[in-house]
Design a protein around this ligand. Structure first.
Ligand code: CO8
Length: 372
């Protein structure tokens, strides 16, 4: 068995930003258009008016201030309310592969590694833009990596579940190094017309280079252990899938996009995540107070504050549990990886940190790391 580490991470940021103010202007224009189009039914009481969204609500309920997206004009067009994505021909690199290759190159460069040092690619994300060929194989080809690639989806826990698979492959010697990429292009599957969730998600891509510790650059983060758990819940769901055509579905059906019971998710997932982290640490002989930093999933600021309090007995500082969702919004499985990417340089040899994701499924994944 080999000792395994995270050698580096990489980040691809889409070029366009939507602020809460821009988002709310577009949403409220959409509400006006809808309400004018259905004025008769609304007056007759047979249809509810679309209520306005507000910057104050979004900021207070979530902590989100802006989000990056791959295309903003379509999202902000009140007659459209979804990004405008070009159909790419089969001989052109696909969007998810393009952003993954950029993030992966960033990770490789930071570790001083080449494609020839890597034996596998895992594309782990909450959505895949097509069923096959696997995105991972296209990414592998784009990077010039020998070996194999496959796709996997565990919603917001895709990255941590991917880390566990990569760690096991390297630990047992079937790969020297594995790239886990998380192309979270969330904007096409967000219901931008639903004020309860229109502010939640942003687009991004992260990459994680996992390799044998004896091949890694100085200062790599040894993966001491990983722990995964799932528990079925319908509280975060999306029913879009390849059967839609045979079900004679309308692609505009509300359940063909992300929907959730946000309050229930909040109440149920926080205790699960806190218990998951503390039992994982205890298995390794650590207490939460031994941990230098928690790189938590980035869905909601209050959620992370509550988990921090449950673990530490006090409000976690930005140093103990860094926040990136104000800038990126919820980027599904990439959130905890961005937090790690942005906030690990100050770790000293021997410092311990925990990456933890939680989300749809429910699914929770943690990785306990120690700086070498
Ligand atoms: N503007 C103004 N008012 C609003 C708005 C708005 N935009 N939205 C709702 N309101 C109103 C509501 O109608 C409600 O009014 P009333 O009290 O009159 O009924 C009031 O404000 C309060 O609404 P909520 O109870 O919904 O507000 P909350 O305080 O609960 O905040 C949140 C809503 C922010 C959604 C919160 O519940 C939350 O963050 N929950 C956790 C959700 C979460 O983390 N989910 C994880 C999902 S991500 C995941 O797992 C991956 C999924 C797959 C990836 C997807 C990629 C796209």
């Amino acid at each position: 068995m080999h000792r395994v580490c995270i050698s580096s991470t990489g980040l691809y940021n889409p070029p366009e930003v939507i602020t809460n103010a821009e988002l709310v202007v577009a949403f409220n224009q959409f509400a006006d258009l809808e309400n004018a189009a259905h004025a008769g039914e609304i007056a007759a009481g047979t249809r509810a008016a679309v209520p306005y969204s507000s910057v104050e609500f979004i900021q207070k309920a979530s902590g989100i201030q802006q989000r990056y997206v791959v295309e903003k004009s379509g999202v902000l067009d009140p007659t459209r309310m979804r990004p405008r994505l070009r159909i790419r021909p089969d001989n052109e690199v696909s969007l998810m592969a393009e952003v993954s290759i950029a993030a992966a190159r960033d990770a490789l460069a930071r570790a001083g590694k080449q494609a020839s040092d890597v034996d596998a690619v895992i594309c782990a994300a909450a959505n895949m833009q097509r069923p096959y060929p696997a995105l991972a194989v296209e990414i592998q080809n784009g990077l010039g990596i020998q070996g194999y690639g496959f796709d996997m989806n565990v919603a917001c826990s895709s990255a941590t579940f991917g880390i566990e698979l990569a760690v096991n492959a390297v630990k047992c010697g079937s790969a020297r190094a594995v790239l886990v990429v998380n192309p979270e292009i969330t904007s096409p599957h967000l219901a931008w017309k639903d004020r309860d969730c229109h502010f939640i998600f942003g687009d991004v891509c992260t990459a994680i280079l996992i390799e044998r510790l004896d091949n890694a650059p100085a200062g790599a983060f040894e993966v001491l252990d990983t722990k995964l758990v799932t528990s079925f819940s319908n509280n975060i769901r999306n029913n879009a899938g390849y059967m839609w055509r045979s079900e004679d579905r309308n692609p505009e059906d509300r359940d063909m996009l992300f929907y959730q019971e946000g309050r229930k998710v909040f109440k149920e997932v926080c205790p699960l995540a806190a218990e998951h982290i503390s039992s994982h640490l205890s298995k390794l002989g650590f207490a939460p107070s031994d941990v230098r930093r928690f790189w938590l999933h980035q869905a909601n600021l209050a959620m992370n504050q509550l988990i921090g309090r449950k673990l530490l007995g006090h409000d976690a500082s930005a140093d103990e549990a860094p926040v990136i969702l104000n800038e990126f919004a919820n980027t599904a499985s990439a959130g905890s990886i961005i937090a790690f990417h942005r906030h690990h340089d100050d770790f000293k040899t021997g410092d311990v940190g925990v990456i933890c994701s939680f989300g749809a499924g429910y699914s929770i994944g943690s990785a306990v790391l120690r700086r070498t």
